[in-house]
Design a protein around this ligand. Structure first.
Ligand code: NI
Length: 267
Protein backbone atom coordinates (compact mmCIF):
# COMPACT_ATOMS: atom_id res chain seq x y z
CA UNK A 1 0.00 0.00 0.00
CA UNK A 2 1.22 3.48 -0.72
CA UNK A 3 -0.88 6.36 0.56
CA UNK A 4 -0.63 9.94 -0.64
CA UNK A 5 0.21 12.56 2.00
CA UNK A 6 -3.42 13.71 1.88
CA UNK A 7 -4.68 10.16 2.47
CA UNK A 8 -2.31 9.70 5.40
CA UNK A 9 -3.53 12.92 7.06
CA UNK A 10 -7.15 11.93 6.33
CA UNK A 11 -6.58 8.59 8.12
CA UNK A 12 -4.99 10.41 11.05
CA UNK A 13 -7.89 12.90 11.15
CA UNK A 14 -10.59 10.19 11.05
CA UNK A 15 -8.87 8.28 13.86
CA UNK A 16 -8.44 11.52 15.84
CA UNK A 17 -12.07 12.71 15.64
CA UNK A 18 -13.31 9.31 16.75
CA UNK A 19 -12.01 10.03 20.22
CA UNK A 20 -12.06 13.83 19.90
CA UNK A 21 -15.41 14.67 18.28
CA UNK A 22 -15.09 18.26 19.57
CA UNK A 23 -12.41 18.89 16.91
CA UNK A 24 -14.85 17.89 14.20
CA UNK A 25 -17.55 20.11 15.76
CA UNK A 26 -15.17 23.07 15.86
CA UNK A 27 -14.07 22.47 12.28
CA UNK A 28 -17.75 22.37 11.21
CA UNK A 29 -18.48 25.63 13.09
CA UNK A 30 -15.53 27.31 11.36
CA UNK A 31 -16.64 26.03 7.95
CA UNK A 32 -20.16 27.32 8.61
CA UNK A 33 -18.59 30.78 8.96
CA UNK A 34 -17.05 30.29 5.55
CA UNK A 35 -13.57 29.47 6.80
CA UNK A 36 -11.17 27.23 4.92
CA UNK A 37 -9.50 25.25 7.72
CA UNK A 38 -5.79 24.67 7.14
CA UNK A 39 -3.72 22.70 9.64
CA UNK A 40 -0.61 24.38 11.00
CA UNK A 41 0.76 21.14 12.42
CA UNK A 42 -0.10 17.77 13.87
CA UNK A 43 1.73 16.22 16.82
CA UNK A 44 2.73 12.63 17.52
CA UNK A 45 4.17 11.12 20.70
CA UNK A 46 6.54 8.18 21.14
CA UNK A 47 9.24 6.66 23.36
CA UNK A 48 12.98 6.83 22.63
CA UNK A 49 13.51 3.06 22.36
CA UNK A 50 15.47 1.69 19.43
CA UNK A 51 12.29 0.36 17.85
CA UNK A 52 10.01 3.36 18.43
CA UNK A 53 12.26 6.45 18.49
CA UNK A 54 11.59 9.70 16.63
CA UNK A 55 13.36 8.63 13.44
CA UNK A 56 11.23 5.49 13.11
CA UNK A 57 8.07 7.61 13.25
CA UNK A 58 9.55 10.41 11.12
CA UNK A 59 10.42 8.00 8.29
CA UNK A 60 6.75 7.61 7.38
CA UNK A 61 6.63 11.33 6.63
CA UNK A 62 10.12 11.55 5.10
CA UNK A 63 9.01 8.86 2.59
CA UNK A 64 6.18 11.20 1.61
CA UNK A 65 8.27 14.28 0.90
CA UNK A 66 8.88 15.69 4.37
CA UNK A 67 12.24 16.69 5.84
CA UNK A 68 13.38 17.43 9.39
CA UNK A 69 13.78 21.17 9.83
CA UNK A 70 14.51 21.64 13.52
CA UNK A 71 15.33 19.67 16.67
CA UNK A 72 14.21 20.54 20.20
CA UNK A 73 15.02 19.60 23.79
CA UNK A 74 12.16 19.90 26.29
CA UNK A 75 14.17 19.46 29.47
CA UNK A 76 11.27 19.87 31.90
CA UNK A 77 9.14 17.19 30.22
CA UNK A 78 12.23 15.02 29.45
CA UNK A 79 11.49 15.01 25.72
CA UNK A 80 13.39 15.27 22.49
CA UNK A 81 11.43 16.55 19.52
CA UNK A 82 11.74 17.40 15.85
CA UNK A 83 9.52 19.22 13.45
CA UNK A 84 9.23 18.30 9.79
CA UNK A 85 7.99 20.33 6.86
CA UNK A 86 6.93 19.19 3.43
CA UNK A 87 9.62 19.98 0.86
CA UNK A 88 7.35 21.55 -1.74
CA UNK A 89 3.78 21.94 -0.50
CA UNK A 90 3.57 24.68 2.15
CA UNK A 91 -0.13 24.00 2.88
CA UNK A 92 0.66 20.50 4.17
CA UNK A 93 0.82 20.63 7.97
CA UNK A 94 4.13 20.62 9.79
CA UNK A 95 4.63 17.37 11.69
CA UNK A 96 5.86 17.66 15.28
CA UNK A 97 7.20 14.41 16.74
CA UNK A 98 8.42 14.07 20.32
CA UNK A 99 9.95 11.11 22.18
CA UNK A 100 10.19 10.56 25.93
CA UNK A 101 13.72 10.00 27.27
CA UNK A 102 12.78 6.90 29.28
CA UNK A 103 16.26 6.45 30.79
CA UNK A 104 15.53 9.55 32.92
CA UNK A 105 12.76 7.68 34.80
CA UNK A 106 12.63 4.99 37.52
CA UNK A 107 13.49 1.37 36.73
CA UNK A 108 9.86 0.26 37.34
CA UNK A 109 8.72 2.89 34.89
CA UNK A 110 11.28 1.78 32.30
CA UNK A 111 10.20 -1.83 32.72
CA UNK A 112 6.62 -0.98 31.70
CA UNK A 113 7.85 0.84 28.59
CA UNK A 114 10.12 -2.08 27.69
CA UNK A 115 7.16 -4.48 28.11
CA UNK A 116 5.22 -2.35 25.62
CA UNK A 117 8.18 -2.16 23.25
CA UNK A 118 8.62 -5.98 23.38
CA UNK A 119 5.04 -6.48 22.17
CA UNK A 120 5.57 -4.46 18.98
CA UNK A 121 6.79 -6.13 15.81
CA UNK A 122 9.57 -3.98 14.26
CA UNK A 123 8.12 -4.75 10.80
CA UNK A 124 4.83 -3.14 11.84
CA UNK A 125 6.64 0.11 12.75
CA UNK A 126 7.81 0.34 9.10
CA UNK A 127 4.18 0.24 7.91
CA UNK A 128 2.98 3.65 6.71
CA UNK A 129 -0.19 3.30 8.81
CA UNK A 130 1.69 2.43 12.00
CA UNK A 131 1.21 6.08 13.05
CA UNK A 132 -2.56 5.41 13.09
CA UNK A 133 -2.39 1.95 14.68
CA UNK A 134 -3.50 3.05 18.17
CA UNK A 135 -2.57 0.72 21.02
CA UNK A 136 -1.59 -2.79 19.99
CA UNK A 137 -0.17 -3.91 23.36
CA UNK A 138 -1.54 -5.05 26.69
CA UNK A 139 -1.69 -2.52 29.50
CA UNK A 140 -3.30 -2.71 32.92
CA UNK A 141 -4.86 0.31 34.61
CA UNK A 142 -2.30 -0.14 37.42
CA UNK A 143 0.53 0.25 34.89
CA UNK A 144 -1.17 3.35 33.49
CA UNK A 145 -1.36 4.87 36.97
CA UNK A 146 2.25 3.92 37.68
CA UNK A 147 3.37 5.76 34.53
CA UNK A 148 1.10 8.70 35.33
CA UNK A 149 2.88 9.25 38.65
CA UNK A 150 6.09 10.06 36.77
CA UNK A 151 4.90 11.37 33.42
CA UNK A 152 1.49 12.32 32.06
CA UNK A 153 3.04 12.07 28.59
CA UNK A 154 4.09 8.44 29.13
CA UNK A 155 0.71 7.43 30.53
CA UNK A 156 -1.14 9.02 27.61
CA UNK A 157 1.14 7.39 25.01
CA UNK A 158 0.99 3.97 26.66
CA UNK A 159 -2.82 4.06 26.89
CA UNK A 160 -3.69 5.62 23.54
CA UNK A 161 -0.82 4.45 21.37
CA UNK A 162 -0.07 5.72 17.89
CA UNK A 163 -2.38 8.46 16.68
CA UNK A 164 -2.31 12.24 16.32
CA UNK A 165 -2.19 13.73 19.81
CA UNK A 166 -3.58 16.94 18.31
CA UNK A 167 -4.31 18.74 15.09
CA UNK A 168 -3.73 22.49 15.02
CA UNK A 169 -5.78 25.05 13.11
CA UNK A 170 -3.69 27.72 11.42
CA UNK A 171 -5.07 31.02 12.68
CA UNK A 172 -3.16 32.77 9.88
CA UNK A 173 -5.48 31.17 7.34
CA UNK A 174 -8.71 32.20 9.12
CA UNK A 175 -10.37 35.31 7.75
CA UNK A 176 -13.32 35.93 10.11
CA UNK A 177 -11.36 36.32 13.36
CA UNK A 178 -9.19 39.33 14.07
CA UNK A 179 -6.93 37.52 16.53
CA UNK A 180 -6.57 34.46 18.77
CA UNK A 181 -8.46 36.18 21.65
CA UNK A 182 -11.47 36.49 19.38
CA UNK A 183 -11.29 32.82 18.32
CA UNK A 184 -10.93 31.75 21.99
CA UNK A 185 -13.96 33.88 22.90
CA UNK A 186 -15.96 32.25 20.13
CA UNK A 187 -15.00 28.75 21.34
CA UNK A 188 -15.80 29.56 24.99
CA UNK A 189 -19.20 30.98 23.92
CA UNK A 190 -19.86 27.70 22.10
CA UNK A 191 -19.21 25.84 25.39
CA UNK A 192 -15.76 24.38 24.73
CA UNK A 193 -13.25 24.15 27.58
CA UNK A 194 -9.86 25.69 26.85
CA UNK A 195 -6.48 25.02 28.45
CA UNK A 196 -5.91 27.79 30.99
CA UNK A 197 -2.45 26.72 32.16
CA UNK A 198 -0.46 30.01 32.15
CA UNK A 199 -3.38 31.85 30.53
CA UNK A 200 -5.49 30.99 27.50
CA UNK A 201 -2.77 32.12 25.08
CA UNK A 202 0.73 30.64 25.24
CA UNK A 203 3.53 32.65 23.66
CA UNK A 204 3.40 36.20 22.31
CA UNK A 205 3.93 38.18 19.10
CA UNK A 206 7.46 38.86 20.41
CA UNK A 207 8.14 35.12 20.27
CA UNK A 208 6.47 35.04 16.82
CA UNK A 209 4.03 32.32 17.92
CA UNK A 210 0.78 32.34 19.91
CA UNK A 211 -1.07 29.11 20.72
CA UNK A 212 -4.20 28.04 22.53
CA UNK A 213 -5.95 24.70 22.83
CA UNK A 214 -9.02 22.89 24.07
CA UNK A 215 -8.66 20.56 27.05
CA UNK A 216 -8.72 16.91 26.03
CA UNK A 217 -12.16 15.45 26.74
CA UNK A 218 -12.13 12.13 28.63
CA UNK A 219 -12.49 8.93 26.60
CA UNK A 220 -13.28 5.44 27.84
CA UNK A 221 -10.21 3.29 27.31
CA UNK A 222 -10.13 -0.46 27.68
CA UNK A 223 -7.37 -1.71 29.93
CA UNK A 224 -6.83 -5.35 30.80
CA UNK A 225 -9.82 -6.27 33.05
CA UNK A 226 -11.34 -2.75 33.20
CA UNK A 227 -12.48 0.28 31.19
CA UNK A 228 -11.63 3.73 32.56
CA UNK A 229 -12.16 7.32 31.40
CA UNK A 230 -8.87 9.13 30.73
CA UNK A 231 -7.93 12.33 28.82
CA UNK A 232 -7.98 11.82 25.04
CA UNK A 233 -6.89 14.31 22.37
CA UNK A 234 -7.14 18.10 22.15
CA UNK A 235 -7.48 20.66 19.35
CA UNK A 236 -4.95 23.46 19.04
CA UNK A 237 -4.93 26.90 17.41
CA UNK A 238 -1.76 28.67 16.33
CA UNK A 239 -1.00 32.15 15.06
CA UNK A 240 2.45 32.81 13.59
CA UNK A 241 4.11 36.20 13.17
CA UNK A 242 6.64 37.38 10.56
CA UNK A 243 10.28 37.52 11.59
CA UNK A 244 11.97 40.91 11.30
CA UNK A 245 14.83 40.09 8.95
CA UNK A 246 13.13 37.84 6.41
CA UNK A 247 9.49 38.87 6.81
CA UNK A 248 8.76 35.13 6.64
CA UNK A 249 6.37 33.66 9.20
CA UNK A 250 8.19 31.95 12.06
CA UNK A 251 7.77 28.17 11.59
CA UNK A 252 9.32 26.77 14.78
CA UNK A 253 8.02 25.86 18.23
CA UNK A 254 8.61 27.51 21.63
CA UNK A 255 9.62 25.17 24.47
CA UNK A 256 7.96 27.18 27.27
CA UNK A 257 4.66 27.32 25.36
CA UNK A 258 4.82 23.67 24.32
CA UNK A 259 5.33 22.68 27.98
CA UNK A 260 1.99 24.32 28.76
CA UNK A 261 0.24 22.93 25.66
CA UNK A 262 1.40 19.41 26.65
CA UNK A 263 -0.72 19.89 29.79
CA UNK A 264 -3.88 19.84 27.68
CA UNK A 265 -3.97 16.10 28.33
CA UNK A 266 -3.58 16.44 32.12
CA UNK A 267 -6.02 14.47 34.24
NI1 NI B 1 1.00 21.65 18.89
Amino acid sequence: MCLSVEQLFESLWQQYIQINPQANKIQCLLKERGENVINDHIALRTFNTEKLGIMKIANTFIDKGYRIVEEYDFAKKKLNAVHLEHKSESNHPKVFISELRIQEFSSDFQKIIHDIDDQIDPGHVMDELFVTSGRTWKLTFEQYIQLLRESEYAAWTAALGYRANHFTVSMNHLTTFFNLEELNGFLLDQGFTLNESAGLIKGSPGEFLEQSSTMAAPVNIEFDFTTQPIPGCFYEFAKRYPMPKTGRLYQGFIAASADKIFESTNT
